[in-house]
Design a protein around this ligand. Structure first.
Ligand code: NAD
Length: 412
């Protein structure tokens, strides 16, 4: 099963619980439009390399499409289709006025120099300019892209327009219209979901143990937020390996260690742990925040966490979902659990459109309110309809998208 087949299987599972007409079902099933390109980039040694990139708009029924740009060697158009579809559901679950999109370039950003990465980014944006705009489609960061890449995207688009257009991308540096505190908001939103779930299960927060897979934008901020809430982070990993200390890791020191050496491995006063073993540690909360399809039918029976908080998009396959459900492991699904990232992006976009900047505390409070409300909507529906939280989240989302379609009508 590829990532897109996985997204469709999840959608079909939720749609079976509803009564959509075939026409509405088909509109939500298919991506609205997609563009794949190959483009040349001049490398530092004067050779030319050709890269492949994609951008998919899954839906614009609830507003302009929104979604990240991924730089990863294995990215395919199927991955991008899945991510675009999940963005539609994610924006609908938290009820912000965006549709869903995603983009990606098959490349390994760690093997490109800064200047090569800049040229690749500027050319990709130029090729994609028929699709992106502040009113129509707003990219943001994802695996392998960061604030600097977003700054180059904003600058390239602005150069072509002849005026500065900060609202065309989100996740930018603060100096050019980015949102203060944005990095922390993704982790804080995820922590809000974990705390709500534990409260509803009557479980203690203080000292609850957490394992976090992935230590990039989402993973490091999730670990920091859960530690700040009083939990003990016992293990963390990145693509080069992990570190484990049952007494707890100091996350701020670990972030500094990763910044200095580029990996979490080698952190003092911790043992090494393989990525596969981290997923199977006995702990209260497992937060997969790295990459897709990490929890599968092969390892799901050995997952010993009681709660899974999906920071990554698509970390759990549908077969694994069934096994986890049977074993009583509750999963807070990606489209809810990591939605504070796009919710924060919504406030960044609004501030750049209005040229009126949010106070960091005000936006943080608004994002947390939205996350708590969305968690409540999904949790209540899961109880009412006796379905798992992924199915409930998809039911909330697809109903909102279907309602938008019915209200707008079919053109012409
Ligand atoms: P990132 O590139 O900043 O970090 C990814 C981290 O995962 C890195 O530490 C990397 O070394 C590690 N990693 C990669 N493969 C791994 C593996 N097999 N095992 C263990 N670690 C591995 O990416 P990110 O932006 O933090 O995104 C992570 C996930 O969160 C992705 O699924 C992405 O789609 C999702 N997401 C990102 C955002 C965002 O705003 N950046 C928002 C919502 C969801």
């Amino acid at each position: 099963m590829n990532l897109y087949e996985m997204a469709l299987a999840q959608f079909e599972r939720a749609a079976r619980q509803q009564h959509f007409s075939d026409g509405i079902y088909q509109v939500m099933y298919h991506p609205k439009r997609e563009l794949s390109i190959t483009f040349p980039v001049k490398m530092d040694d004067a050779t030319v390399r050709v890269f492949t990139g994609h951008r998919v708009h899954h839906s614009t029924l609830r507003g302009p499409s929104k979604g990240g740009i991924r730089y990863h060697p294995l990215v395919t158009v199927e991955d991008v289709r899945a991510l675009a579809m999940w963005m539609t559901w994610k924006c609908a679950v938290v009820n912000i006025p965006f549709g869903g999109a995603a983009g990606g370039v098959a490349c390994d950003p760690r093997r490109l120099s800064k200047t090569e990465l800049e040229r690749l980014t500027r050319r990709y944006v130029t090729e994609m300019e028929v699709l992106i705009s502040p009113e129509g489609d707003i990219p943001g960061p994802d695996n392998g892209t960061n604030e600097q890449v977003m700054a180059w995207m904003m600058d390239t688009y602005s150069m072509h327009k002849g005026y500065s257009s900060p609202a065309v991308v989100t996740g930018k540096p603060v100096e050019i219209g980015g949102l203060e505190g944005r990095k922390e908001l993704t982790g804080r939103g995820l922590a809000t979901c974990v705390l709500e779930a534990m409260r509803l299960q009557g479980r203690a927060i203080a000292g609850a143990t957490v394992a976090v897979q992935g230590f990039g934008h989402v993973g490091s901020n999730t670990a920091r937020a859960l530690q700040a809430a009083g939990m003990t982070i016992i293990a963390v990993s990145d693509s080069r390996g992990g570190v484990y200390n049952p007494a707890g890791l100091d996350i701020d020191r670990l972030i500094a260690h990763k910044q200095a050496g580029g990996q979490v491995a080698g952190f003092p006063s911790a043992d090494a742990i393989a990525n596969a073993d981290l997923l199977e540690l006995p702990c209260d909360v497992l937060a997969p925040c790295a990459y897709q399809m990490q929890i599968t039918a092969a390892n799901a029976p050995r997952v010993r966490a009681r709660l899974i908080a999906e920071g990554a998009n698509g970390p759990t396959t549908p077969e694994a979902d069934d096994i986890l459900n049977e074993n009583g492991v509750r999963v807070i699904p990606d489209i809810l659990c990591n939605a504070s990232g796009v919710t924060a992006s919504y406030f960044e976009w609004v501030q750049d459109l209005q040229n009126f900047f949010w106070d960091v505390n005000e936006v943080s409070q608004k994002v947390q309110e939205i996350m708590r409300r969305a968690f409540g909507d999904v949790y209540s529906l899961s109880l009412q309809r006796q379905v798992d939280m992924r199915t409930a989240a998809l039911m909330v989302a697809t109903q909102r998208v279907a309602d938008a379609l019915v209200t707008r009508g079919i053109y012409p």
